[in-house]
Ligand binder design. Structure first.
Ligand code: NAD
Ligand code: TYD
Length: 342
């Protein structure tokens, strides 16, 4: 059946990859990309699908209720997939307010419009960070869907607040929702303020690589393509009202990640610079995706070795995309964030 799908935040990293995936996989669907084009939004990310007849971009802010209601009335969406968010933990430490506005209030506006205009599925893209962190010395512990929410940063607190609101809209108003909570993504079009693209771009320029604390914190890395296939499955086969964890079973310390990148680029480890730790820094994330695998048959296509190789090649072949970003306002942010330490 034909579907008209609103994808919010489609000029960002994961939303952009999802737009590529959906526009190409479902030529008979109509995909509308709504994005406010904040510092993290980049239309260059969607260039390859710009001319497709089943795709349209609209600039707009999910917190603007009047605009969102007009849009929903006009377009009569079947589904909404909400990627739009402020997504960087360090920025949430520096200035939490916009995180509450976009991530919590923006979600509420989208759900109010979804209720009013009879959207058949509202999907909330969430994160494993809502579960807080796990100890480094307990590899047996993994986040499951019923692990209590226990957040550390203003970013994760805003995402957890949104999740609770989404579940409340399901229970109270019967809004047909699903939620996915994914581990750390990496891959093409990743904004170079996050660990992997930051390290690749700086190593290529022979610049210092700022590793927080002792580099022992662990993340569970998933290639963004596998996140997209998981959301596709949840949209088409997931049970209404359910939460699905998505994870790669690719736990690595930050130091291991940086060393892998340096080795692949043939750059020296002397570029690594240990800098002041992030306040409240989560120790370890690790996801149990059994529910997604057994219920919906999801399997990732990449492991960390194949995924990081593909990603590094992409950054080598698409220098223009990330060099444009680094030459803008981002330079000032970097100075403020890392000061003299880098
Ligand atoms: P991103 O920062 O790269 O992109 C966010 C996009 O949202 C940008 O294009 C930005 O312009 C847009 N946006 C921000 N505020 C908006 C607003 N008010 N109205 C409309 N658009 C707005 O983020 P990302 O890494 O692609 O993450 C996308 C989603 O996935 C987020 O909800 C994030 O919490 C979640 N997530 C991310 C990861 C990860 O590893 N990056 C992991 C799990 C979940
Ligand atoms: P990040 O990519 O910001 O994702 P998240 O905090 O959402 O997991 O960071 C991933 C890990 O890398 C995290 O433990 C913090 C660490 N990190 C550094 O050591 N140096 C950096 O410059 C950045 C951006 C992150």
């Amino acid at each position: 059946m034909k579907q008209k799908i609103l994808v919010t935040g489609g000029a960002g990293f994961i939303g952009g990859n999802f737009i590529h995936y959906m526009v190409n996989k479902y030529p008979d669907y109509f995909i509308i990309n709504l994005d406010a084009l904040t510092y993290a939004g980049n239309l260059g990310t969607c260039e390859a699908v710009e001319e497709k007849s089943n795709y349209k971009f609209i600039k707009g802010d999910i917190t603007n209720r009047e605009f969102i209601f007009d849009l929903f009335e006009r377009e009569a969406f079947d589904m909404v997939v909400n990627f739009a968010a402020e997504s960087h933990v360090d920025r949430s430490v520096a200035d939490p307010e916009i995180f509450i506005k976009t991530n919590v209030l923006g979600t509420q506006v989208l759900m109010d419009a979804s209720r009013t205009f009879g959207v058949k599925r509202y999907h909330q893209v969430s994160t494993d960070e809502v579960y807080g962190d796990l100890p480094l010395n307990r590899p047996d512990l993994l986040f499951k869907e019923d692990t209590p929410l226990h957040t550390s940063s203003p970013y994760s607190a805003s995402k957890a607040s949104a999740d609770l609101l989404v579940l409340a809209y399901h229970r109270t108003f019967g809004l047909p929702i699903t939620i996915s909570r994914c581990s750390n993504n990496y891959g093409p079009y990743h904004f170079p303020e996050k660990l992997i693209p930051l390290m690749i771009s700086r190593a290529l320029n022979d610049e210092a690589l700022p590793v927080y604390g002792n580099g022992e914190n662990v993340r569970d890395w998933l290639h963004v393509y596998d996140h997209c296939t998981a959301i596709d499955l949840i949209l088409h086969k997931g049970r209404i009202g359910e939460v699905y964890n998505i994870g790669g079973n690719n736990e690595r310390t930050n130091l291991e990640v940086v060393q892998t990148i340096l080795k692949a680029l043939n750059k020296p480890e002397s570029l690594i610079t240990y800098v002041k730790d992030r306040p409240g820094h989560d120790l370890r994330y690790a996801i149990d995706s059994t529910k997604l695998k057994t219920e919906l048959g999801w399997e990732p296509t990449y492991n960390f070795e194949t995924g990081i190789k593909q990603t590094i090649e992409w950054y080598l072949e698409n220098k223009k995309w990330w060099e444009n970003i680094i030459s803008g306002d981002y330079k000032n942010y970097f100075k403020e964030q890392y000061g003299d330490q880098s």
